[in-house]
Design a protein around this ligand. Structure first.
Ligand SMILES: *Cc1c(COP(=O)(O)O)cnc(C)c1O
Length: 365
C-alpha cells in the first residue's frame, strides 16, 4: 500500500458540490477583488475565532509582515520569537527591519514561557507566539509577562485554526492574530491566502490601508502600503471550508487518537498534550533517534513523511549574518534532528492509517 503525506483532493471531493457552487457564483458575480464574498468570510472568521475584526490578506507571511508594520515595529526594535518555528514567523519580523530574539521550546514544541522573561530588554517591543503543529502555547503565562512589561503579543496561528488555551481560541489572546490559508493548513484555500484578526479598531483601520496600497479611498494614499488582498474566489471557498470545519477538526482528531493509541514502539516519542490546551492536529509529529534511518524505512514501505523543520531558523543560510552557531539553541537543534511528521489528512482511510501504525510498530531500528 502507498500512503501519501497529504491528499488535498480528498478534502475537496467531500464538499465538492458546495465548492463548485461558490466558485461559479463568484465567477458570475463579476466582482473578483474586495467584494461581498470577502466581507462575508471576514465576518464569519472573526466570529469563529472570537475576535471583533478579521482582515483578509494574501498569505500567512503577509499577515505577519503587516501585523508588525501596523504596530510600527521596525529598526532597533526586538521581537521575542520561538527558535523552533517555520522561517515565515521570523521573516515577519526581519522584513520590517526588527531583530528576532530566539527562545527555546518546551516539551510541547512551543515557546517555553519559563525562558521568556530573561530575554526582555529595553528594546523589546513584542512577543511573537507560534502555536506550532496545532497546539496552543501557554498563553496565560505569556500574557502575564507581556502585560507586566507592556509588550505587544502577536500570534502566528498558521497551524492552529480553532486551537484554544483555557477555552479561548488562539488568535484572540494577543493584540493581533495571524493566519495562513495555504492549501495544506487546517483551513486551507485553493491557492494562497491569509488573514489578520484583532479587537482593536485602529489596528484594523491601519491593516485595511496597508493591504490596499495605503489607501482607504481609492487613489487617496494616506500611508505607503502593499497589495495583499484575499481574493473573492478564495474567500468564497474558505466560507465553505469554515462551515464544515468542526467536522474536519473531528476527523483529524480521530486520526490523531488512532496514532496515539496504536503506535506501540518504544523508540518513538509521541506528542504530548498540554493541560488546558486544545490540539487541532495540524501535524502529527513524533521524535526518534536516527530519524533519517526511520524515514528511509517508512519511505521503503511507501509511506511519505516530512520533517518540520530540518534546519532551525538560527542556522539557516538566510540568517547567516546573525552569526549564530550550532549549539546556541540545543533543544531546538535536537528537535530539528529527531522530529518526523506522519501522514494525517482529511479523507485518510482506516486502511491507510492502520498500515502506517503497523509499519511503525514493526520497526526494529
Ligand atoms: C505556513 C506558515 C506560515 C506562512 O504562511 P503562508 O501562507 O505560506 O505565507 C507562517 N507561519 C507558520 C508557523 C506556518 O506554518
Amino acid at each position: 500500500m502507498k500512503v501519501s503525506f497529504n491528499q488535498l483532493d480528498r478534502g475537496y471531493i467531500k464538499y465538492k458540490e458546495e465548492y463548485k457552487k461558490e466558485a461559479i457564483d463568484t465567477l458570475e458575480s463579476g466582482l473578483y477583488i474586495l467584494g461581498g464574498k470577502l466581507e462575508k468570510f471576514e465576518k464569519e472568521f472573526a466570529n469563529y475565532i472570537g475576535a471583533r475584526y478579521c482582515i483578509g490578506v494574501n498569505s500567512g507571511l503577509d499577515s505577519l509582515i503587516l501585523a508588525f508594520r501596523a504596530l510600527n515595529i521596525g529598526l532597533g526594535d526586538e521581537v521575542i520569537v520561538p527558535s523552533n518555528t517555520y522561517i515565515a514567523s521570523v521573516l515577519g519580523i526581519t522584513e520590517n527591519g526588527a531583530t528576532p530574539i530566539f527562545v527555546e521550546p518546551d516539551e510541547y514544541y512551543n515557546l517555553d514561557a519559563d525562558k521568556l522573561e530573561e530575554k526582555i530588554t529595553i528594546n523589546t517591543k513584542a512577543i511573537l507566539v507560534v502555536h506550532l503543529y496545532g497546539q496552543a502555547a501557554n498563553m496565560k503565562k505569556i500574557k502575564e509577562i507581556a502585560d507586566k512589561y507592556d509588550l505587544f503579543i502577536i500570534e502566528d496561528c498558521a497551524q492552529s485554526h480553532g486551537a484554544a488555551f483555557l477555552d479561548k481560541k488562539t488568535g484572540s489572546w494577543g493584540d493581533i492574530g495571524c493566519f495562513s490559508f495555504y492549501p495544506t493548513k487546517n483551513i486551507g484555500a485553493f491557492g494562497d491566502g491569509g488573514a489578520i484578526v484583532t479587537d482593536n479598531e485602529n489596528i484594523r483601520e491601519k491593516i485595511l490601508m496597508l493591504r490596499n496600497y495605503g489607501s482607504k479611498v481609492k487613489y487617496h494614499n494616506e500611508i505607503t502600503g502593499i497589495n495583499s488582498r484575499l481574493d473573492e474566489i478564495q474567500a468564497s471557498l474558505l466560507s465553505v471550508k469554515l462551515r464544515h470545519y468542526n467536522e474536519i477538526r473531528k476527523e483529524r482528531s480521530v486520526l490523531a487518537d488512532k496514532y496515539l493509541g496504536g503506535i506501540k514502539n518504544n523508540k518513538v516519542i509521541l506528542p504530548k498534550i498540554r493541560k488546558n490546551a486544545e490540539q487541532v492536529w495540524h501535524l502529527f509529529v513524533v521524535r526518534i533517534e536516527n530519524r533519517d534511518k526511520f524515514q528511509l524505512y517508512l519511505s521503503e514501505s511507501e509511506i511519505a513523511t516530512q520533517i518540520h523543520y530540518p534546519i532551525p531558523v538560527h542556522l539557516s543560510n538566510a540568517y547567516e549574518s546573525f552569526g549564530y552557531r550550532r549549539g546556541d539553541f540545543p533543544i531546538t537543534e535536537l528537535y530539528a534532528n529527531t522530529v518526523i511528521s506522519l501522514p494525517l489528512y482529511e479523507g485518510m482511510t482506516d486502511e491507510e492509517i492502520n498500515y502506517v501504525i503497523d509499519t511503525i510498530n514493526n520497526y526494529e531500528g
